[in-house]
Design a protein around this ligand. Structure first.
Ligand code: GDP
Length: 396
């Protein structure tokens, strides 16, 4: 008994409907759930298309539900977290609602981003196979362009390596991935965790990954070779909210213990990466360089006093001229530690400051490593996390 959920906000309607269709046709799927952010135009169009299909002579063979997300948290911005947690609530209680016609409790909950253009039945099959082998959690991972995933590498993976080096967390391939499958006991455990239910923003993926590790659930990371096709970001500014919210999620967990006992964590081996991914540039470099000079305030410059000399002086120079080679790995990690102690996600000066530091870090990485080719760049990311992880393991 599996439920497939697609959270969505504003996406291309034909892509979403195509993905719903693929899920409905899969043998292992009993129902599909769409959770919209608000009753916007995209929601109305998808709702109307589902109604039309169900009233046609070829209705969906399985129930397709569509909901607006419930406001479950109280403090943080309502976002994807409220959407995914709404799906978890629906999943747990679905069999108690006679109108849903589920004869027994649902057993597995899958999540996939609604906008995946390369989605096909294999994503669901791989997750179901992993669950059949007995894994509590199956996460999909896939090849990404060398300039993609810079919140994952610079924020989440660095944070996990710094804070929990002896655990399974630094080994999770794509800790912010939204394509995964939870068994019922995982959903029950996550929903019993108030910090998960309060994480209504982009930080939700961090929370799911973290608490699954803390609770010792077994994990299979399943490889999807075709990757996830999605649109190029404009400048890095599109990612500012995500950066701040993902950092704040790691920061909020920094005093949480995670057992160092080994847990089951298997990683499906990767295969050669197709050229459509190795040759793709994920963001507009020129536009991003300008960001270093934008939106400075006197207070931001004052806050720089908290940082080591190299980060402070480098960023001050960058406020006048796009400079970023100062933000190497060591400079970023030393700034990261200060941010862990002082960053305030509700304070716009702090948000701008972490954003500019991260932009400098991403530009540094792009110019130093991406220019040497896809494989060198990926290797540099991996080595950054491994070095940090090893150093912290020795220190603690
Ligand atoms: P990215 O894959 O990390 O670049 O993030 P996307 O912008 O593609 O978002 C991932 C998925 O979450 C997509 O299906 C979005 O439509 C969906 N999404 C984003 N924000 C919200 C939200 O506030 N509520 C809900 N329900 N879904 C959201």
């Amino acid at each position: 008994m599996a439920l497939v959920c697609f959270p969505f906000k504003k996406e291309r309607v034909p892509t979403v409907l195509r993905n719903v269709d693929i899920a409905v046709r899969h043998n292992c799927v009993d129902a599909v759930l769409l959770v919209g952010a608000t009753k916007n135009e995209c929601y109305r169009k998808i709702y109307a298309a589902i109604e039309a299909k169900n009233n046609s002579d070829q209705p969906y063979a399985k129930p397709v539900h569509i909901l607006v997300q419930t406001r479950l948290a109280t403090v943080l911005r309502p976002g994807k977290g409220d959407g995914m947690n709404t799906a978890m609530q629906f999943f747990l209680n679905a069999h108690e609602q006679p109108a849903n016609h589920f004869t027994e409790p649902l057993k597995r909950l899958h999540f996939y981003d609604a906008d995946i253009e390369s989605f096909d039945h294999n994503w669901i099959t791989k997750a179901e196979d992993g669950a059949a082998l007995g894994y509590d959690v199956v996460r999909h991972y896939f090849p990404r362009s060398s300039t993609d995933a810079q919140v994952t590498w610079q924020v989440t993976k660095v944070g996990f390596a710094l804070l929990w080096p002896r655990t399974t967390l630094p080994w999770v391939q794509q800790p912010l991935g939204g394509e995964l499958c939870f068994t019922r006991r995982v959903v029950e455990a996550l929903m019993a965790e108030p910090r998960v239910m309060q994480q209504s923003d982009w930080g939700i993926d961090t929370m799911y990954t973290f608490f699954c590790a803390q609770k010792g659930f077994s994990l299979l990371e399943s490889y999807v070779p075709q990757g996830k096709m999605h649109a190029l970001y404009g400048g890095l500014r599109d990612l500012k909210n995500m950066l701040c919210e993902c950092f704040a999620a790691v920061q909020s967990l920094r005093h949480e213990p995670v057992s160092e006992e080994p847990t089951v964590h298997r990683i499906d081996p990767a295969t050669p990466v197709p050229s459509c991914i190795t040759e793709k540039i994920g963001y507009d470099i020129e536009k991003s360089m300008r960001l270093l000079r934008e939106k400075w305030t006197a207070r931001q410059k004052g806050l720089l006093e908290l940082f080591p000399e190299k980060a402070k002086c480098g960023l001050l120079r960058a406020s006048e001229w796009p400079e970023f080679m100062f933000m190497d790995e060591q400079c970023w990690v030393s700034a990261y530690k200060v941010l862990l102690d002082h960053f305030n996600v509700f304070d716009e000066d702090w948000r701008e400051l972490i954003f500019k530091m991260w932009v400098a870090r991403v530009l540094n990485y792009t110019m130093r490593h991406v220019t040497r080719g896809y494989h060198c760049a990926l290797q540099a990311n991996t080595e950054m996390v491994t070095r940090l992880h090893m150093r912290r393991t020795m220190e603690l």
